[in-house]
Design a protein around this ligand. Structure first.
Ligand code: BES
Ligand code: ZN
Length: 626
């Protein structure tokens, strides 16, 4: 369930990486590979000349669908160099100006299909800062929505998604997770719109569409974010609130009203929240992912707003990133599990504190099912926690391995050393590495020094190597109690044995019981059985996107046609790839290619460019990632 279906671009990238020996079997390269902490996904020379601060001054032009302006960068020269190199993707560089007003010499490198182009600027030993004047092209990070794609239908909307390496498509920057900088920004937008960033934010519109932002903590480029639209704000407490399009605001506020308590729980676990305010921005439904941990302002899909708070663990996840990820950041995308695995573990701890153990045990179980399923489709080398993405796009690391194998590994450590000791360890880990980057080997060293040293029995029980530098799911993987889901298993049996829905005695099921029930129904369930379930539980009409998605998958398989109109409406507005992918794929796999094409033709415009590409791949039949 925590699966982010479809690494962006997976289809195209896999094809283009076919010549790359993914599972490098030669053992003598193994130790060199483990020690190689270079970031292969930035073209910058941040090891020699690193940016430290950005003053961004940009204009957002909805007619041209273009951002233009300047990026003034302060730089620090670590090793002597006569140039500083930035990442760019489809940017036009108009000029580069030195502090004394003189034009700098610059040149663009050759186009790398995945990494973009290097912008290399000549500097002297005295250069402390410079300004790049630029405009965006077809920027991967930007989704521009026409007015009719918003709730109000009156004004356009724009949002960014910079992770993993897309910040370079709207700002010339040193775009690696190991490179941090503070920033100020001036952003000019049409005057009836509000602009928000991953920074201190306004709570209401300005008179003339000019906004100023400040982020005084150093962050990596993938956390640069901007959203512009007819957005309102509603406060939750003195340090948190919700932003959304006006018609969503009250609903979103109600769903997220417990966020204050969530932050307090997180702080009790792993130390103070260090970013000042914590707000959530609810985006239009085309947002291609579930959530993004932009500092001070989590970006969220509206598909978690169900009316019963059952999907707010996604907010717990993005909140948790303010420790794991935003405070202590993976140095390279090979160490992605340090961001996501830690965050899933932390998210579950928050959820456990809020909902109880038997509830969170269901999340562990369902995610374990996801993990097993997705590992089956991955090349063996991509199932190690420490990835090797050299020469490949970082999105290929965006699988359940980083998330769930990572979280299960931490859960195993917790179970081995005891929760109390592990919590102290983690709190110290976040505190002592705040605003720093972390590699897998640094983490393992720290783990050994601070927690495992002198405890050979623990080390043996955990078997770090098998988890980090080995494939699949080691045999010592912890499993949750199945107190609640075993009852669901009994219901599945009963239903498959012929019992009618009304006689199952299902009541007070949470989302997760439903998900377990629906996803584990045999593929041979016939349409009339689904009709019976639907009549009793109104599943076609469910306001819960997670339940709807798996229900529609079953409906496609069983050709339960009464669910199709609702499914089509769902696919028309929802751009979240986790939901799109299984539905389009199931249509393709069950001989309904025409239906998939027809739905895609009318819905396409509402999907993010990357999601469009991905679904096109599925429809063409060339996405064989899993
Ligand atoms: N940071 C990720 C999203 C991401 C990762 C985007 C890598 C692009 C590249 C975010 O925190 C995330 O994990 N979102 C999940 C939420 C879920 C795990 C609760 C999502 O969008 O589904
Ligand atoms: Zn995450």
């Amino acid at each position: 369930m925590t699966k982010i279906y479809i690494p962006f671009l997976a289809a195209t990238l896999l094809a283009s990486c076919a010549g790359n020996d993914v599972a490098d079997k030669s053992t003598n390269t193994a130790s060199a590979e483990k020690a190689d902490d270079r970031d292969y996904h930035t073209l910058s020379n941040a090891d020699s000349v690193a940016v430290t601060h950005l003053d961004l001054d940009i204009n957002v032009d909805f007619d041209k669908r273009q951002i233009s302006g300047s990026a003034h960068w302060d730089i620090r020269q670590i090793h002597p160099s006569n140039h500083v190199v930035f990442d760019t993707e489809d940017l036009t560089i108009d000029s580069v100006v030195m502090d004394d007003g003189s034009k700098a010499d610059f040149k663009m490198g050759a186009l790398d299909k995945e990494l973009g182009k290097a912008l290399s600027v000549a500097i002297t030993a005295q250069t402390k800062s410079l300004t790049v004047y630029y405009k965006t092209g077809n920027a991967t990070a930007l989704q521009w929505l026409a007015p009719q794609q918003t709730a109000s239908k009156k004004t356009p909307f724009l949002y960014t998604q910079s992770e993993s390496i897309y910040a370079r498509s709207w700002i010339p920057c040193q775009d690696g997770p190991g490179i941090r900088f503070t920033y100020n920004a001036k952003v000019k937008v049409p005057k009836d719109l509000l602009a928000l960033m991953s920074a201190e934010n306004p709570q209401q519109k300005s008179a003339d569409g000019s906004y100023s932002f400040k982020m005084d903590k150093p962050i990596p480029a993938y956390l640069m974010a901007l959203a512009v639209g007819d957005i309102g704000f509603k406060s939750i407490d003195n340090r948190s609130g919700v932003y959304a399009e006006h018609s969503m605001l009250d609903k979103a506020h109600k769903e997220f009203e417990d966020i204050g308590g969530m932050i307090t729980i997180a702080e009790k676990l792993y130390g103070p929240y260090r970013w000042g305010r914590y707000d959530v921005l609810v985006l239009p439904p085309g947002f291609p992912i579930g959530g993004m941990e932009n500092p001070k302002l989590t970006f969220s899909t509206p598909t978690i707003i169900t009316g019963d708070k059952s999907l707010v663990n996604l907010i717990a996840h993005e909140l948790a990133h303010n420790w794991s990820g935003n405070l202590v950041t993976n140095k390279t995308w090979n160490d992605f599990w340090l961001n996501e695995g830690f965050t899933v573990y932390f998210e579950r701890r928050i959820t456990e504190a809020m909902q109880g153990k038997s509830y969170v045990d269901m999340l562990w179980e369902l995610s374990h099912q996801d993990l097993e399923a997705s590992m089956k489709g991955l090349p063996e080398r991509d199932t190690w926690l420490r990835l090797n993405l050299k020469g490949r796009h970082p999105e290929l690391g965006l699988t359940d391995v980083a998330y769930e194998k990572g979280a299960h590994f931490l859960w195993l450590i917790e179970k081995t050393v005891g929760r109390e000791k592990f919590d102290i360890f983690l709190k110290d880990y976040f505190n002592s590495h705040a605003f720093q980057t972390m590699t897998t080997s640094q983490f393992l060293k720290y783990l050994d020094e601070k927690l495992l040293n002198g405890h050979d029995d623990w080390k043996k029980a955990i078997d770090i190597n098998a988890w980090i530098f080995g494939p699949g799911l080691p045999a010592n993987c912890p499993t949750p109690d199945r107190e609640r889901l075993s009852k669901v298993d009994a219901m599945i049996k009963k239903f498959e044995g012929g019992a009618i829905a009304a006689d199952l005695g299902i009541k007070d099921w949470s989302t997760y019981e439903w998900l377990h029930f629906l996803r584990n129904l045999k593929t041979s369930v016939k349409a009339e059985r689904l009709a019976d379930l639907d009549k009793t539980f109104k599943l076609t009409q469910t306001p819960n996107s997670e339940i709807a998605d798996i229900w529609f998958v079953q409906a496609i398989k069983a050709e339960y046609e009464p669910a199709y109109p609702a499914m089509k409406s769902f696919l028309l507005v929802t751009g979240r790839q986790k939901f799109l992918e299984p539905l389009y794929r199931t249509m393709m796999e069950t001989g309904k290619a025409q239906m998939a094409k027809d739905i895609f033709a009318v819905s396409k415009e509402n999907y993010h460019p990357l999601a469009q590409k991905n679904i096109e791949g599925i429809i063409k039949g060339d996405n064989k990632y899993e």
